[in-house]
Design a protein around this ligand. Structure first.
Ligand SMILES: [Zn+2]
Ligand SMILES: [Zn+2]
Ligand SMILES: [Zn+2]
Ligand SMILES: [Zn+2]
Length: 371
């Protein structure tokens, strides 16, 4: 299988507009038989569990020694193994050890079973969240069509902080009298393009004050690369990406994941953390992270999970994942139905993003290619 990890694709498209586009057990168990004050009584497990749950419900603070049946607040010596049975002291515990042995094992077995079931349920819930189709990116604020996933299909404007589709970026801008504005301006707010690097930096600072996720992410990239007059500072970059992620820019989590996975810039390489951030990014709609997760699953031999990731990415327009599904189909890891479905969802995506204006822009300049 010809699969390789995607590059950390933080493409920077710099035009006059800075258009960089680019994760006690201390249950008061009450033992009926212990309460009978007979040292010979052994609690049976089901009674014990039943009583434990009753104790939970009624929040009974009084405990009873499982050996001598003494009641009180001081029954604090807990069985070290099951941690579910109490004694008044070490002597009682020792005395009861032999009788408790079987119940203890059963309590441990039940607790382990319960724990495993909880883990399984948590994993299932996590998968539901992970494989859910993320909500699509915001529509273009000018033409109101779905924003293309491909980075060159949209631009970020650091004046108003809008992300605008390639078609609307390419289209002429008109003034209030209906005349074409000659100078290069933002198609949304008509602010002229920044004339200097200082201007760009100033605008970014303004956008940062407004909690702009894009600006925050981009500034992180400046620190990663030591770009635009910023010193190279990986710790600062990560800090900004965390902030950008919290503000809703999923790609930032992908870059954090990449740092943990590959180069450890600013952090120690940690594959588990990498996956954690890739997943955050994927859930937030970042297709690169989604694809990387799919590739990791494929490499681990989990083709089913890989296919699920690729399918979600294809529905969001990630053509590389479509190619991988095709490869899966060719070498028998996916069915013809899977591949047909992938083609269908990709067509659905294209149907949502295609427009004459975007086609015109793409035909005029490859920098405006949008799928
Ligand atoms: Zn006792
Ligand atoms: Zn025990
Ligand atoms: Zn548009
Ligand atoms: Zn603007």
């Amino acid at each position: 299988m010809n699969i390789s990890n995607n590059n950390n694709n933080t493409t920077t498209t710099k035009a006059g507009v800075d258009s960089k586009i680019t994760q006690d057990t201390s249950k008061s168990d009450i033992c009926n038989e212990g309460a009978s004050k007979s040292n010979d009584d052994v609690c049976n497990v089901s009674d014990m569990l039943q009583n434990m749950s009753t104790a939970d419900k009624e929040d009974i603070a009084v405990s009873i020694c499982a050996n001598c049946g003494k009641e009180g607040d001081e029954i604090n010596n807990i069985c070290n193994k099951c941690k579910q049975v109490r004694y008044c002291n070490a002597a009682c515990k020792k005395k009861h050890r032999h009788k408790h042995k079987k119940d203890c094992e059963e309590l441990i077995r039940l607790a382990t079973e319960k724990h495993n079931e909880e883990l399984k349920l948590a994993a299932e819930l996590h998968d539901i969240e992970l494989f859910k189709q993320p909500p699509p990116k915001e529509d273009c604020p000018i033409c109101f069509l779905r924003m293309p996933t491909l980075a060159s299909g949209r631009r970020y404007y650091n004046c108003c902080g809008k992300v605008i589709c390639s078609g609307c970026c390419y289209a002429p801008v008109y003034d209030d009298q209906g005349n074409i504005v000659a100078e290069k301006v933002c198609p949304f707010c008509r602010t002229p393009w920044p004339s200097s690097d200082e201007e760009i930096v100033r605008r970014y600072k303004n956008r940062m004050k407004l909690n702009d996720a894009y600006a925050t992410y981009d500034l992180g990239c400046c620190y990663r690369d030591g770009d635009d007059g910023y010193p190279q500072d990986h710790t600062k970059a990560l800090e900004l990406w965390h902030r950008a992620g919290e503000l809703g820019y999923a790609k930032a989590y992908n870059d954090i994941g990449y740092a943990y996975n590959n180069n450890g810039e600013g952090v120690e390489v940690n594959k588990e953390k990498a996956i954690y951030y890739y997943e955050l990014a994927a859930i937030g709609g970042d297709v690169t992270a989604r694809s990387n997760l799919g590739i990791k699953e494929a490499k681990a031999g989990n083709e089913d999970r890989a296919l699920k990731h690729f399918m979600v990415a294809v529905r969001d327009g990630y053509v590389k994942s479509l190619e991988l599904i095709k490869a899966f189909y060719t070498n028998g890891h996916a069915t013809k139905d899977d591949y047909t479905r992938a083609l269908k969802v990709y067509q659905e995506y294209l149907g949502e993003i295609k427009s004459a204006q975007r086609d015109k822009a793409a035909a005029a300049d490859d920098q405006f290619r949008y799928f």
